[in-house]
Design a protein around this ligand. Structure first.
Ligand SMILES: Cc1ncc(COP(=O)(O)O)c(C=O)c1O
Length: 377
């Protein structure tokens, strides 16, 4: 097994070695619990009540006996929240993308994927036997060029994009993607993992953000694991899509369904979000404020109406050094490096959450000041 050690050592030499850090005792500034729903008292209460009644695990896959009213109720509220006819749950966002994209796109089809899409989409595209075309990040002229050139050679056509890009926090231009998909007769698959609870006036996601309507060729995937503070994922679309996925998505068919207590807690989180729409606006205000403060300290940081604020460092070694300096001060702010982002595009991915108190923010600001770039002469 010497090769294992050699491979890991190579990662260390390249500053690409990863280790899991125990979160306890640290102030976490990089989670995706944007709306502070994961430990909302009502969410916890609902989950505990269901846990007592159903036990810990669901016991089987959804198609065997692992489908309960808590799964059904969550699917119904998610479909309604997203404004789509139907919704199907999956075990996680990774499993949802893998299962749905693999089930939809096959041999003889073409998949068009943004170069910065999440790893689960990349893996799903590889797993499907469709021909894969990667277009430059949010470069829809490039996408159209590709569509113009090759669309006619394939049966089915699928355009896949994150709605909010997870490591940059920027937003796909949904109206343009819709126009192209209509013109070239493609299905548009949007990963709304970081858009759900974040975009639009009420956190519905990308369609609300751009004032767009759902159309039948649109599939929206989302996760429960980020702004909704739970675990698991879902794919929304037409009734026909849901029926098809239940029959064809292997990660749904051959994997145990979500624990009922998680479904019940997540349903309560959606209810809270719908009742307390102010959370979405408050998150935006806080993100903008923090962005301004970090920019004022001299960081190269970006804000795109989302709570993901990447602080660009570029060099992997430097990113690790900065992360370690912050750890010394009790702050957890992970260094994101290749292969999560491209080489020499390392960053500290700061995320904003309603969990942060003013005291937390002061702690963060003091720590960030200590690692801020020197002022320009
Ligand atoms: C855009 C995107 N899609 C999918 C996923 C996977 O979701 P999950 O963590 O629920 O597996 C993530 C999470 O990292 C993500 O950022």
């Amino acid at each position: 097994m010497e090769w294992l050690r050699e491979e890991t050592n190579k990662l260390k030499e390249q500053n690409l070695y990863r280790k899991r850090l125990l979160r306890e005792g640290l102030k976490d500034f990089c989670s995706n619990d944007y709306l502070a729903l994961r430990d909302h008292p009502e969410v916890i209460e609902e989950a505990i009540k269901t846990l007592r009644e159903y036990g810990l695990g669901s016991g089987a896959s959804a198609l065997v006996s692992g489908y309960t009213k808590h799964h059904k109720d969550l699917e119904d509220i998610l479909a309604d929240f997203k404004g789509l006819p139907c919704c199907v749950l999956f075990g996680s966002g990774y499993l949802a993308n893998l299962g749905a994209i693999h089930a939809l796109a096959g041999e003889g089809d073409a998949l068009f994927s943004d170069e910065l899409n999440h790893a689960s989409i990349i893996d799903a595209c590889r797993l499907s036997r469709a021909k894969l075309f990667i277009y430059k990040h949010k470069d829809y002229e490039h996408l159209e060029e590709l569509l113009k050139k090759v669309r006619k050679d394939y049966k089915g056509c699928f355009v896949v994009s994150d709605t909010v890009f997870s490591m940059d926090g920027d937003i796909a231009h949904i109206p343009t993607l819709k126009r192209l998909c209509e013109e070239y007769e493609c299905l548009l698959y949007l990963d709304e993992a970081h858009a759900t609870g974040v975009l639009g006036k009420s956190g519905m996601g990308g369609l609300e953000e751009f004032g767009e309507e759902w159309e039948e060729y649109l599939v929206l995937m989302g996760t429960l694991s980020k702004a909704l503070g739970a675990y698991g994922a879902f794919v929304c679309g037409s009734e026909a899509l849901c029926e098809y996925l239940v029959n064809r998505a292997r990660s749904l068919i051959f994997s145990t369904s979500l624990p009922p207590a998680v479904c019940a807690g997540a349903r309560r989180a959606v209810e809270i979000l719908r009742r307390e729409v102010w959370r979405v606006e408050k998150l935006r205000e806080l993100s903008l404020r923090l962005y301004g403060e970090l920019k004022g300290m001299g960081f190269e940081v970006y804000y795109n109406r989302t709570p993901i604020l990447p602080l660009m460092v570029y060099e992997e070694k430097k990113a690790v050094e900065l992360r370690d300096a912050l750890l010394e001060k009790g702050i957890l702010l992970q260094a994101i490096r290749y292969p999560t982002v491209q080489k020499n595009r390392a960053r500290l991915r700061l995320t904003v959450s309603l969990r942060y108190s003013e005291e937390d923010l002061e702690l963060l600001k003091d720590a960030m000041k200590s690692i801020a770039p020197p002022p320009n002469p």
